[in-house]
Design a protein around this ligand. Sequence first.
Ligand SMILES: *Cc1c(COP(=O)(O)O)cnc(C)c1O
Length: 389
Amino acid sequence: MKQVYLDYSATTPVKKEVLQEMLPFFSEGFGNPSSLYSPGQASKEAIATARMRLASLIGASEREVFFTSSGTEADNWAILGACDAQSKKGKHVITTKIEHHAVLHSCEFLEKHGYRVTYLEVGPDGVVGLKALEDAITDETVLVSIMLINNEIGTMQPVKELCAAAHERGILFHTDAVQALGNVPIDVKDLGIDLMSVSAHKIYGPKGVGALYMKKGTRISNYMHGGAQEGKKRAGTENLAGIVGFGKAAALAEGNLGEHIKRVTELREYLIDQVLSEIPDVFLNGNRKLRHPGNANFTFKYIEGEAALLLLDTKGIFVSTGSACSSESLEPSHVLSALNIPAEFIHGSLRLTIGDFTTKEDIDYVVGELAAIVVRLREISSVSNEKGW
Ligand SMILES: *Cc1c(COP(=O)(O)O)cnc(C)c1O
């Protein structure tokens, strides 16, 4: 049966070239990068190369890039570390209602420890307003954390302007760029941000490795305590093969960025046009232009997204409702709720995300199957409505 993976925002397949570079580090290249003899130094060199490649992709210096176990760890470290280092200055943090749970739950942890957190609203198109941020800043504010691209609806935030507003008041700015990396050009110097989280498995690298960009001179407390790895800032023996894979994935992303964005955006626009013209009673969530190149998030009225997801699965089509992280809860997505979409419609939402291995034929197949499934589900729900269920 034909299989079409349209969930690139949940994770991406590891590219062949990435796997090739990783493999030796599981076998003969196993030296501990902290060891002083030559196999250890070879591992250390491999990590230095990966760091250079990732730094180059984001316009940073190598000394500003610190590898972590995930994007989640980078978010936790940035938020808890920045707050701990400034606990004497104040205990107020500003973020948004549409952040990833790695940010939201870190902020909830802070609230349990005496911090006040402001969760900014977004407009109906999913974009945070500059004035909302300016109005929320107080003399107690020590950190602003606003994501570059949202993982559910794909909207981009005006991070450069938001960061400038925070800096005007002397406040540190963190951005979760996990969805943005490899999907839009990122230049940390141009954005001006102090802290930025990224992850390998969203850019065709392996799972279980991420990084935190920390602008030179930014002081945050350590989060992992132990050995002297990562310039004494992040303890724990490095995920050597994972870091090597992240570096290769970053180099591939940098070489291919323009082409990737152009190709994926064209496919996304084709998908959106097809869905909106072939299926009645459907709308696109999030700003159509200011969005992740591969993200299309739709609400289909009068159906259950979960039911559509499972029926698509039987056709070899893999998509998600909201984000993968919310798949085990029946709570309506916090992101779609923040857009003020009525709860009964939120349950009819599907996220389709396109990547480097998606083809136009894949989209045609998906739109055909999806249109049939939506008709089928609406028939069932209208029958149940007639019976008064
Ligand atoms: C995937 C994702 C994360 C978490 O990264 P992991 O490496 O999976 O822990 C954080 N933020 C956003 C926006 C993401 O999409």
